[in-house]
Design a protein around this ligand. Structure first.
Ligand code: IPM
Ligand code: MG
Length: 382
């Protein structure tokens, strides 16, 4: 037992040193991408696993259609990145194989299809690794239900919390297991600034700081405190403290939910509550997600790779809506506002206002390609 304890203490010492160094690095000068100043924007498209290659191929087709002129003029390049597959990741025992990571880093933004995340073991999730490697600290997830006056934007901290050391816990066989949760000063301040800046720019007056600071006293306590420090620079915005449990209930409470606008929250709570919020909008298949850093940004569906659909031979009926929403967010991020607006309008028509096809994930619904065609046809008529 003594050996286990010594080993764990040594491991904790090196984790502490590493995380302190990470926090210091965040405070250093940042390299911020200004898309307007780039002579060419390279969009990398990662196919991923399961239904990923199907819905990402459809998104590529959509981008080729929407960005025809920009691509022809050499202002935008679409680059398909192969190799972010579970088979290759297992073979290399790496969340993102080195050659794939190099290709990703040679792009300005990434559109990523779902990748399979294994339960247990030590192979880290590709999502989590990409968020860390590209330092994509703000996970922005909008949820809108106009009929119910719901217009929420979640700012989920994306590089810390339970995730940063999630694959590097300590276990003593037959006895106990420890995982680590890390919150840093700069890591919290930058997500808080992103949330309050968004609120200010979009005329929102309420930011909910969602934690469990009554129990996770050190990490969430610090998160909440620092968010309030940042809030002091935004006097026109009300910053409210909420606990994650009651906020989870509030989102399904029809009497109160529409008063919330912007949420800022640590990584794991953000993961969980954004699935709940997406479900209120119509399901996880309907929501897109932006992972924003200073230099890079990655856009993805919020759902998984749906291996069961592939096993059952239903891949062609996969719903690409979540990837299309991610595509819309990406277009807007790189400055292609007109194309993003068109896509947004067409998506609303094709999924809510006058849907000609319904996607059910089964042969009684439209295929992914039929839906893609329908969407492009709708865009052409706008
Ligand atoms: C998400 C997903 C990921 C997460 C998984 C696939 C690692 O659930 O993007 O919300 O937990 O962040
Ligand atoms: Mg999730």
């Amino acid at each position: 037992m003594e050996n286990y304890i010594n080993e764990a203490v040594e491991k904790f010492r090196s984790l502490l040193t590493e995380q302190i160094a990470r926090e210091r690095k965040m405070e250093e000068e940042k390299c911020v991408t200004d898309f307007e100043k780039l002579s060419k924007i390279v969009i990398g498209i990662c196919g991923g696993d399961g239904i990923g290659p199907i819905i990402s191929a459809e998104s590529r087709r959509l981008l080729e259609f929407l960005l025809k002129d920009e691509i022809a003029a050499g202002r935008i390049e679409l680059r398909t990145i192969e190799g972010l597959t579970i088979e290759k990741r297992i073979a290399h025992n790496k969340a993102i194989p080195d050659d794939v990571l190099a290709e990703i880093k040679a792009c300005n933004v990434i559109l990523k299809a779902p990748t399979t995340t294994l339960k247990g073991g030590t192979l880290e999730s590709a999502n989590v690794a990409m968020r860390r490697e590209l330092d994509l600290y703000a996970n922005v997830r909008p949820v809108c239900v106009p009929d119910e006056n719901i217009d929420w934007t979640f700012f989920r901290e994306n590089t810390e919390g339970e995730y940063v050391l999630g694959s590097r816990g300590v276990a003593i066989p037959d006895t106990l297991a420890f995982d680590f949760k890390v919150t840093t000063k700069e890591g919290t301040k930058r997500i808080a600034r992103a949330a309050f800046e968004y609120a200010r720019k979009n005329g929102k007056t309420n930011v909910a700081i969602v934690t469990k600071a009554n129990i996770m006293k050190k990490t969430d306590g610090m998160f909440s405190e620092l968010c309030h420090e940042v809030a002091a620079d935004y006097p026109e915005i009300t910053a409210e403290d909420w606990y994650i449990d009651i906020m989870t209930a509030n989102l399904v409470n029809e009497r109160v939910r529409s008063r919330f606008e912007v949420f800022v929250l640590p990584n794991l709570y953000g993961d969980i509550i954004t699935d709940e919020a997406a479900q209120i909008q119509g399901g996880v298949g309907t929501a897109g997600s932006a992972n924003i850093g200073d230099r890079y940004a990655m856009f993805e569906a919020i759902h998984g790779s749906a291996p069961r659909m592939i096993e059952e031979g239903r891949g062609m009926y996969a719903n690409p809506t979540s990837m299309f929403k991610a595509t819309e967010m990406m277009l807007s991020h790189i400055g292609c506002k007109a194309q993003a607006d068109k896509l947004s309008k067409a998506l609303r028509i094709c999924t809510e206002e006058a849907p000609k096809y319904k996607i059910t994930g089964r042969p009684d619904g439209a295929t992914c390609t039929e839906f893609g065609d329908y969407l492009m046809e709708t865009i052409s008529k706008l």
